[in-house]
Design a protein around this ligand. Sequence first.
Ligand code: SF4
Length: 373
Amino acid sequence: MASLSKYLMYPFSLEARQTARRLARDIHALVELLDEPSNHYVVGAAEERVYEALTRHDVTTTVTGNELDFLVYPTARLIVEAIGHPRLREYQAEAESKAVNRHLNREREDFVTALARTSFDWAVESLGDITKRVRLPLLMRGFELKMRVEHFLEVAPSFHRDEWKLVNRLVDHGWVLVRLSELCRLMSGKFSQLILSSRTVVPALPARLAEAVQRIESELRGKIRTTEPIKITGQVMSAFPPCIAQIYADTTSGKNPSHEARFTLASFLLKIGMSEEEILGVFRPTRDFVASTAEYQVRHIASKAGGEGYTPPGCKKLQSNGFCPVYLGDAWDPLCEYVLHPLAFYQTRAWEVSTGVTDHSWYAKKKRKKQSF
Ligand code: SF4
């Protein structure tokens, strides 16, 4: 039986939630309790936790031995909800789920599966120890666990890699085979979803909490200002390579681009510094637009690798997917012969546009051809 303090690392767990609720039954009781000077350490630790999420994309668990440590996470959520900025909520979801994933990967299988069951009500079963698994068909031996398909699908579709697609999984009578590390990833993904989807009406805050909120808010403002997103203007669009220009035109004219085309466009726009909000505006005209799904997908693409985001596919991949109009003979741009990636195209063309260069003959003198059509 795990000690209660271990659940401090898993704020979504039943144990952590029940303990926090016993200490403060609702948000009003929490705010009142945090107003006590003897409990101010909880506010300090929560503020630090949000600050870490914002600046380091990670969080540290506070363990002082005081039961009130269980209120640090709910207070960190309270601070974020009091500010109410979607970007801050995303930072928190990313950092909290990353920390949980790291902790889970150090746990024993029985602890992780029990946590999945009690926290999310997921049906997860062991395929037995190694001596039992060697008797399974070869394909199944690499998996330690199976989980109900409906529980797998609560999170897996939000992951981009092919291995998370149900068609690529071994499914047996409604059970999906998963590795222990995959279950950890699904659980941390579920935790992230819970943070992103929860909204709280925050009551008036006492002075110590209000100060913490103000400090985090100004830190957030500074961070957002230093990475001010660019807007889609005629100048930006004129630097798009033909492949992106085509997908962009299809999307904004209300067609239904394929999943790969959407991924290419969203990851490209994010990489050139466009805000998630503006990208959602680009996808809004598509016929099957569902705001919550689109928001989730764009956020997922943006938050990959600690916020660096996914890199859009290169020219070869786009050509094999039929997304390169130059390769198909439908468009022509001399710069395409000198690049292997749409971002490389954009970088050069954006410089040309901003400096007024319209004569492209310098490519042949200064650049080496990388592909020909
Ligand atoms: S060559 Fe590359 S950059 Fe140019 S249109 Fe094709 S995929 Fe895009």
